[in-house]
Design a protein around this ligand. Structure first.
Ligand code: HEM
Length: 140
C-alpha cells in the first residue's frame, strides 16, 4: 500500500468512523420520492446507514480497505454513506474538510505513532466522540 493510499484511508476512517454524525434532523421542504408530508421532521442517521448489513459486508468491523472497492462518491450516490449530508443543503465545507483531514493526518502520522492505553467508549453527541480515550504518542 502506498503512503498516499494509507493516508487517504486514514482520512476516510476519520471521517467515516469518528466524525460520522449519529443522527441529524432535516425539515422536509417539499414532497419527494417517498411520501413525506411537507413540514415533517425527518431523522436520518449516517450511523445506522453505515452499519446496515444490507449494504455493507461485516458492517460493524473496522475494515478501511472496504473503500478500495467502493468509493465514497459511489456510496454517496447510493445514499448509504452521507457524512456530509446530501441534496441542496449538503455541507459546503466538504472539500476543505477532506484537505484539512488529509494534511493533518499526513503531518502527524509521519512523525508519531499512537498506541491506545484505554479502550474507547463512544459518546454520541452531534458527532460520535471517543469518551475517556487515552493513547500514548511515540516518535517514529
Ligand atoms: C469532517 C468535517 C465535516 C462534516 C462531517 C460535516 C458535515 C455536515 C453535515 C452533515 C451537514 C448537513 C448537510 C445536510 O443538511 O444535508 C453540514 C452542513 C454544513 N457544513 Fe459541514 N461538515 C464538516 C465540515 C465543515 C467545514 C470545514 C465547514 C466550513 C468551512 C462546513 C460548513 C457547513 C455549512 C455552512 C453547512 C450548512 C449548509 C447549508 O445548510 O446549506 N462544514 N456539514
Amino acid at each position: 500500500m502506498t503512503p498516499l493510499t494509507r493516508t487517504r484511508i486514514a482520512a476516510l476512517v476519520l471521517i467515516g468512523l469518528v466524525l460520522l454524525g449519529l443522527a441529524y434532523v432535516k425539515l422536509a421542504t417539499a414532497e419527494e420520492t417517498v411520501s413525506v408530508p411537507k413540514g415533517a421532521l425527518v431523522l436520518v442517521s449516517p450511523y445506522v446507514a453505515g452499519r446496515d448489513p444490507r449494504y455493507w459486508q461485516e458492517p460493524a468491523e473496522f475494515i478501511p480497505e472496504r473503500w478500495e472497492s467502493q468509493s465514497v462518491k459511489e456510496a454517496g450516490q447510493k445514499n448509504i454513506y452521507f457524512p456530509f449530508g446530501g441534496g441542496v443543503r449538503r455541507c459546503i465545507g466538504e472539500s476543505f474538510a477532506w484537505t484539512e483531514a488529509i494534511l493533518l493526518l499526513a503531518t502527524i502520522a509521519q512523525r508519531w505513532t499512537f498506541k491506545p492505553v484505554t479502550v474507547p467508549k463512544l459518546e454520541p453527541r452531534i458527532t460520535l466522540r471517543p469518551l475517556n480515550f487515552c493513547a500514548r504518542a511515540e516518535r517514529r
